[in-house]
Design a protein around this ligand. Sequence first.
Ligand SMILES: *Cc1c(COP(=O)(O)O)cnc(C)c1O
Length: 415
Amino acid sequence: MDHFHYRRGMLHAEGVSLATLGTEVGTPTYVYAEATLRRHWEVVSHAFAGRPTLVCYSVKANSNLALLSRFAEWGAGFDVVSGGELARVERAGGQPRRTVFAGVGKTKRELQQALGSGVLLFNVESAEELELLDQVARAAGVRAPFAIRVNPDVDARTHRSISTGLKTSKFGVPLAEARALYQRSRQLRGLLAKGVDCHIGSQLTRVGPLAQAVRRVAALYRQLAAEGHPLGLLDVGGGLGIRYRSEAPPGPEAWAKVLRAATADIAATLVVEPGRVLVGNAGVLLTRVLYRKPGHARRFVVVDAGMNDLLRPALYGAEHEVVSVRQRRGRRVLLDVVGPVCESTDTLAAGRHLVLPLQGELLAIRTAGAYGMSMASNYNGRPRPAEVLVSGRRWQVVRTRETLRDLWRGESTGR
Ligand SMILES: *Cc1c(COP(=O)(O)O)cnc(C)c1O
């Protein structure tokens, strides 16, 4: 369900024509539909109604301040993986005391920053991190609320690059070691065991592995609670998949049902960390066709967005639908939509059957709201795209396009 539809032959975001945005803002530009964000937020939060739950939007999916401030206003907590993301949450009006801090490599400075802000929970990923967190907290004269991120050793059956819960993964610690760390924490006066955590991967399209993981983590929670650890939070991560092309992931209700069932007998606040499912199909990347070229074996359509703007296809072989902004009829031809970057992996969509677009025509790369702009870079000396938020018939630029001067901000010639 999203709010990108053709009206009078032109693709619109809610009530705003993407052709208008292409002319007024230029390309490449990320365009987000607030109504879609809102709808996903409501579906996900309602799926947990009646069970004490904190829904923490996973900031790395899309960290634009306008999106963060909408989620904060709607009552979201946040899941951050760096001091930079925490600073963004605070800048956007989000509350640190509703924010969980994850990540396998938090620096001392980040631990200090997050303690100073008063985050709800540190999701700790190693014995050494636990010791450092204790030191930092004692130096600050406080106790740090923590959970151990457990690696439950289940195969999330998603793409291997976005699977995080196997024992070969760098994330979390094995169950047995997690128990030992909670024991150890009793001797550390800077720590307070407030929860148990896991997150097994992203773009999950089946709930079986998740159910298995959460049952393991819930069993640990029960043991620890019985041993007298204060706890109170059971963080089961995010990862619910979405439909890019032909996937058929479970909906938020089915996902919530599994999580609720696996944790039904536990009197803890459930923490969930959805990212992609909240923002993924709320965004498109608007791009313009520069050139068409026949090529030897394939026909190429060269557009003005590249892998620096949307990395997912090059990084994981991810597939996004590509559509013409002006609805076109006619014979479809086999083509590759490629970017201008000097890398062969800079193919945004390979082997598609589309009506050959005209030079200068606008295309929309769909389902680009998650892990799109947040992964954008300046590779090949390319300013990053603008971002636009549409609300009904209104729209605003919520991040201006970078300028050439922005490309060397902070640099010097060293002469
Ligand atoms: C990335 C991440 C998430 C969000 O994953 P989605 O697939 O976007 O829902 C949640 N929790 C942690 C710890 C993460 O690293």
